[in-house]
Ligand binder design. Sequence first.
Ligand code: ACM
Length: 527
Amino acid sequence: MRRLRLPILLLCTALLASLPQGTAAADGPAPPAAGPRPLDQVIPAPASVRPGGDPYTIGGRTVIRVPAGSAEARRVGSYLAGLLRPSTGHPLPLTTRPGADGIRLRLGGPEELGEEGYRLHASPRSVEIRARTASGLFHGVQTLRQLLPARVEARRKQPGPWRVAGGTVTDVPRYAYRGAMLDVARHFFTVEQVKRYIDQLALYKINTLHLHLTDDQGWRIAIDSWPRLATHGGSTEVGGGPGGHYTKDDYREIVRHAAARHMTVVPEIDMPGHTNAALASYPELNCDGVAPPLYTGIEVGFSSLCVPLETTYDFVDDVVREIAELTPGPYLHIGGDEAHRTGEEDYARFMERAQRIVAEHGKTVVGWHQITGAEPAEGAIAQYWGTAGREEGVAEAARNGTRLILSPADRAYLDMKYDETTPLGLSWAGHVEVRQSYDWDPGAHIEGVPGDAVLGVEAPLWTETVENGDHIEFMAFPRLPGIAELGWSPASAHDWEDYRTRLAAQGPRWELMGIDYWRSPQVPWTD
Ligand code: ACM
């Protein structure tokens, strides 16, 4: 697979280098240097592109101009410098001094740019990125990054030229919510692994990381008032490995790292089902007062919090309070899926109280779409993970004001196998090849849902079979960028043939980033 390719590439390079000088040119004139990447050749596709004029070239004298008086904008400038310095070898100093040259990050611009939009204008004199917020500047920086040659991702000095095509990109997202979910419960992932994934997501303008923190197989976050949840409930994982959990400082570090990439973390505490790790940690949470053993298999739907027990709500209140305290973002996800061991009435009763508790701690509820079977609280968000697209209960809730995040399992689930040869993943929702993952419209996916009920999209990665960082990357790439594009780009930009060409150009970038991706036969990879 891919791992074999780099050595072959290196071997070819070594052979070429060993040829006598002049051999390469002996057959004719040297090929013209490739032009800069056209402004529309990025993922997600920009909302509007107006090419024109000569390119800008980043060189030894280029400065990065940041607005005075905005620490946030300055941090975006530092992030950009951190990306560009190793590969270009240029010093790229940051300055708040005004000037017409260099890479200019500027705050302000027309209202149409909104909270996350930006305008990038490149000319021989400068590349200007303008936005009303630091988040907009950050997204513009990701576009600039993709417009540069893939070798910009290398962490050692590379040959230039570092050119940006002339013209203007004006870009705003279609949806406010563009998420990726990582299940750290079935297998535990370290802070460093999560941070690396955050870095990769940022390249595609994903703005939300949903962490599935608890499940039958593991409880992954320290809760001071119920310490055995993490120490006992987090002590194993699928397959019986050692598991693990995040201390509160670990978790704050993830939140901080995400925030520095303009990404909000949505914590999920799944309940009333998917709770074996909690039930195993505290006998008093069980209706019969007996703690079940820890669980390391991959069945679902066998556990439930004890709905009639008042202790259950003390537990929910403590956990939600402590998680809310760790959460600067507005959302707290309470799961609610596959509660097969909870009767319908009990489910409704539990969800009513759990949602109230979340509201009391100042957060907005997100739940899997089964919460539409209870009474979704005002402002609640349901995350759709079905495959039919005809769930009338979900459509009715949406018509009544419940907003939706779309993660149809047969499109957006990154844990589904690509095809029958995929060594990792599951296939209960079918095989999800790259085209299947990309070729749908979130705005029209569920029958009877008004377009404006859709808050956005999310690509969940469940980890029953995913055990390490390489596995995360192999399942996420190349599907994740497609979901990111569905979340960002206008519906009018949707075009599989165009997309797969742009996707192919990401391959060399991923190689340099050390991303172990699936070389789907549906994509015309160029190397
Ligand atoms: C889910 O896949 N159970 C949300």
